[in-house]
Every structure is written in structure tokens, then in C-alpha cells.
Design a protein around this ligand. Sequence first.
Ligand code: ZN
Length: 287
Amino acid sequence: MSFVNGNEIFTAARKGHYAVGAFNTNNLEWTRAILKGAQETKTPVLIQVSMGAAKYMGDYKLVKNLVENEMRVMNITVPVIMHLDHGNYEAAKECIEAGYTSVMFDGHDLPFAENLEKTKEIVKLAHAKNISVEAEVGSIGGTEDGIVGLGELADVEEAKKMAATGVDYLACGIGNIHGKYPANWKGLSFDRLKELADAIDTPLVLHGGSGIPKEQVVKAISMGISKVNINTECQLSFAAATRKYIEAGKDQQGKGYDPRKLLADGTQAITDTVEEIIGWLGTPAVK
Ligand SMILES: [Zn+2]
């Protein structure tokens, strides 16, 4: 199966009060683990790459080709969306050219008028090629690829203006944070989420989905969140399983040092996390 864009999948999710997972890839193992989780649960999935991860792996084209080829050899039959996570203007344009089926243009650090203008340009370029676009209003807390967000709440009027550009999904700050959540975190702002969901029909995106208590994620989905971004959770489960393997001395038994063995438990842990989270999101199986 070839890539699909996110339009139908996320519009259906918003209408049906469920969400579809967006998982970040970092390498071959991550790509395989995410695809395996989606195939085993028979659910659509969005594989995304950050600018930093794409640079680490090579470039955007390499990432797209890797995902595409893994889909071929793994006989993946569920819909897969190939997405750029938190792209700047140049990265979004590059991914539109490279054949991604979805891009995020993150202009939250620009003055709002400029964010809006640039989003409009990206929407025009992307929609001409049937590619979905995600934009952002109200920054997400924490640090991602060196972009620091203070976690402000999205402004409803700004969200309306952003929705009017024709973006296909909108990331909105509702107190969510990238990375690990601090002990004194106040939780999601459901009041603001309700105002946003009442104001616009655009599927809403929850970034920093790792570490938010399950009941808050489920409640947010019932209120209009249709795309949930998961990155840190997979990194933590991979690291924990790999640590366990090494601490048990398995890398020193036989050929346990072979990277195909050394990384196997961690890779399986990513798949287990992906499947567990898909269960939280309520994503229905494809028919
Ligand atoms: Zn994010």
C-alpha cells in the first residue's frame, strides 16, 4: 500500500471522537516497530520525522524511502501517512517536494501575522499536491529540536484565523509539554480545549502526548483532539528494555553483542508501547 494523506482519516477521527496516533521515527528499528504496531492492531498510523531526526538519518527523502520500503517488505496493508513534524518553512517546502503526504509548518515562534501568512503559502503549495497540512497556534511547552515553547494556551481568535487558511489539522497549546512532564505540571486546560473545539471543526492535535495521564488523554479526545503525537514514551520504553538486556549481561552471552540481537528487545518494546497507546486512542480497526 502506498502513503495516504491525513485528510479523511483525521476528519473521520474528529467526527467519531477517537484519535489516530502520530509516532516519531528515528531509525530503521523505530520505523519497523511503529509499522508493526499499526499492522497488528489493524489501524491507520502517521509516521512523522522531526527536522533533527531527518538530519540524523540523512535527509527527508531517505526517511520517506525507508518508511516506504519497510512497508513493502513488511506487507503493510493499513493506511500510513508520511508526515514532517515541527517543520520550518524550508523544511515544509522540501518535504512537499520529496513526496510526503502531510507536513507540519510550525511558525509558533514567529509573530502571529507572519505565522498565518506563511501557513497560507504552505497550504497552497501542499494542497496543489493533495498533501495535508498541520499548523500551530499557542506554543507547546518544553524543548523540541532546540525550539523552546513556554506552553501558552492557544488563543481562540487566532485558532479561527488559522483554521480559515484551510489547514487540515491544528496543533493547539492547551497546557501540554514536549518531553517528560514536571512534577508540578497543572494538567491540560479542558476549558480552553472546549472553547477551541466549539469554535472550529478542524481536527485538533495534542503534542507532547507522552506522560499525560491516560484519563486526561481520553477526555481530550472525546472533546476534539484527533491526532496525538507520541515520541518520548517510545524512547523511554526502548531505553528501558535495552538497559535490561545489557544489565542482564545478555550482550556478553554468545553473540548477544550482535546489533540485531542487542536492539531486538528495545524494538519490541516500542511496538508494545505503540499498541498500548493505540488502545488508549480508541482508533478503530480498518475494515
Ligand atoms: Zn510537537
